[in-house]
Every structure is written in C-alpha cells, then in structure tokens.
Design a protein around this ligand. Structure first.
Ligand SMILES: [Zn+2]
Ligand SMILES: [Zn+2]
Length: 353
C-alpha cells in the first residue's frame, strides 16, 4: 500500500508524508516539529516511524522545523550538497565585527563554558523538542557570529567539504552527546547527499530528483516510485521547463504548484520587487501557467491532481480550482484526474493506492 498525505502546503509551511511498505519519508519540514507531529497524528501517521526527511530547497517554508525534527527522531536528512550548504549558511549568517568585539566574544564564551554543566540531564533531554523549538525561532540571531570564531564543539560537526556523510545515528556514538541547537544549530544526526538527475532509494521507495527553476541554491522536484505507483511532486518553480514536463509523465498522482492569480498578485499588497520575484522565471507558477501545463504539457494520466502552494494573499482556492478544471475538461474520465487542493492549515485526507 502506498499512502500520500499532504500535511501542509503554502508559504507558511510545506510538508508531505509518503508511506510505502515499511518506509516513511517526510518531504520538506516546513512546520515546527510540534505542529508536524500533531498533523501526522491527525492524519493517522506515527511520527516515530519516519525513516528520512527529503528536502526540496532551503527556503524557510520548507525547512523551518528541520533541525529539531531530525534531531528528535534521529533520522537522516537528504539534501543536495548546495542546499545543505545554503541551509547551514542561513542558520549561521555572517556579520562583520571589530577586533574589540571579537575579543569580547571570546571572553564571554570562555566564561560561559566554565559556567555550563558538563552534560545535559536526562530530564532536560526529554524536553528536547520543546526546548529546541523555542530556540529555533531565534537561531539566526543567536548564531550570528559563530562561524567567525573557533567553535569549541567543532570536531563533531559534519564537514560538507569532506563530501557525502554516511548515515550516523546518535546511538552509534556511545557516550558522546550531540551538540545542542545553541552549540551547533547545523548539526544533524545524519546527512545524505543526492544530485538532480540521479535516482536513489530510501528503503522501499525510489526517489528521482529533478531540477526546477526557482531562486534557491539547487531546488528540485521529485518523482517517488513504490509498488509500481508513481507520485510526482513539483512546487516552487517559475515555469514548467521541458525537463520538468518530461519528468511529470506517466504519474498516478501529480502534486503541482498553483501559486497565484495574476490579477490578484498585480493588484495585491506586495511591494513591486516582491511581485517581480514571484512572477519571474525563478519564482512561482501562476494558476494560468499551471492550467497551461495541464492542458498542453501534461499527459492526463494521473488519478489525482493536487494543486499546491496556493498563496493566501494572491490566490483564492476557487480561482485555482476553476483554472485547473477548465484545463482538464475533456481529458478527465470518471476515475482519472480527481482534482484536490492542498491546504495550509490542515492535512489533506491521505490518498491511498
Ligand atoms: Zn515554498
Ligand atoms: Zn521556495
């Protein structure tokens, strides 16, 4: 049985669970750890059974709960190398400081190290998810200068310069506690790199990543295959490239962005520069672009078409639905192309094959 559950979709957070055989994969971790777990339970999925997290790109609505969730579950995160690096840079923004400021920082850190207890108590670890989540909100500021000074816990940090890091669970390191989020916000239990155009497998699921045009370091969409079922996944793309068209063929389920209504975006509240970015070739798909693809570039084979990443400010579910329905008219049989809209604030009913 293959199960596809959209937990959240939109600019406030994106996450989907793909479940096949004994494998459970979380695609993007755009909600807080607590909210992710809550929605998984609502949708009948047990968070403790997740095997891996796969990331499309480093924008905040796709990685917001990543570090806390991966740490909490002790599971590997699959990135492209460029996305992993971009994510680490986001967590450790660089700022210039004067020599005097640097000296002061060193003095402060030395004093903190002396004052800190050796290791976290079991009770403190049990509350990790809650603790780390509250830390997460202030991470970029709190970590603002960390990479400019020697890191006392640096030896346990996975070094991206060393290439792919094999799966390493905390249990493999007896007696060595992983660094807290504060000590190292970029630490993950295990990191696995993939490349667009090179399929790989996670347990019972084959994952085929492909490049999408979007203003991120190395953004990808995916086709997941399990038990002969093909699930296509493409959000956050400025336009549908020939290669994306090629990838999104012969699917049983297609999850595709339908981000904005062009008129609502043009007349809407965003500053002009943001409008330009959304509209650009590395922005987001409009309802029109999506319906263009559905009417001319799509083979019409999926049993389910899910419209996703709808803007709350610049779109209305009805506008997205009508545009897609119009495009699908004539090709929809009784069973094929059932149209659904992914939601921001609640999970979709799981789709089962
Ligand atoms: Zn997004
Ligand atoms: Zn994005």
């Amino acid at each position: 049985m293959v199960r596809f559950t959209v937990l959240a979709s939109g600019s406030k957070g994106n996450s989907t669970v793909i479940s096949a055989g004994r494998t459970r994969i979380l695609v993007d971790a755009g909600l807080s750890c607590r909210e992710l777990f809550r929605r998984m339970r609502l949708a009948g999925e047990d968070p403790a059974t997740l095997d891996a997290i796969v990331i499309t790109h480093e924008h905040q609505d796709h990685i917001n709960g990543l570090a806390v969730t991966a740490r909490k579950l002790g599971i590997p995160v699959y990135f492209t190398e460029a996305t992993h690096r971009a994510w680490m840079r986001w967590l450790t923004p660089r700022r210039q400081m004067s020599y005097a400021q640097w000296l002061e920082l060193c003095r402060k850190q030395a004093a903190e190290r002396q004052a800190e207890p050796e290791a976290a108590t079991p009770a403190a670890e049990a509350a990790e998810c809650d603790l780390e989540e509250s830390e997460t909100e202030s991470q970029p500021e709190a970590a603002a200068v960390q990479d400019s000074v020697p890191d006392p816990a640096g030896d346990s940090v996975p070094d991206p310069a060393l290439g792919p890091v094999s799966a390493r669970e905390p249990a493999d390191l007896p007696g060595i506690a992983p660094p807290t989020l504060k000590e190292d916000p970029t630490w993950l239990p295990a990191v696995e790199y993939f490349e667009a155009g090179r399929p790989f497998t996670i347990g019972d699921v084959s994952v085929s990543p492909f490049t999408i045009p979007h203003d991120a370091a190395d953004p990808v969409g995916f086709v997941f295959t399990a038990e002969g079922v093909r699930l296509g996944f493409a959000t956050d793309l400025g336009y549908v490239t020939p290669n994306v068209k090629q990838q999104l063929r012969s699917l049983d389920l297609l999850l595709l962005e339908s981000n904005h209504d062009l008129e609502m975006l043009r007349d809407g509240p965003y500053p002009w520069s943001v409008k330009q970015r959304v509209l650009s070739r590395v922005g987001h798909l409009s309802n029109d672009a999506t319906s263009d693809f559905l009417s001319t570039g799509y083979d019409g084979q999926a049993a389910y078409v899910i419209l996703a990443h709808l803007s709350e400010n610049n779109n209305l579910p009805e506008l997205a639905r009508v545009a897609a329905e119009r495009a699908l008219v004539g090709r929809a049989s009784l069973l094929a192309n059932r149209l659904l809209l992914a939601e921001q604030h609640q999970p979709l009913e799981p789709i089962i094959f």
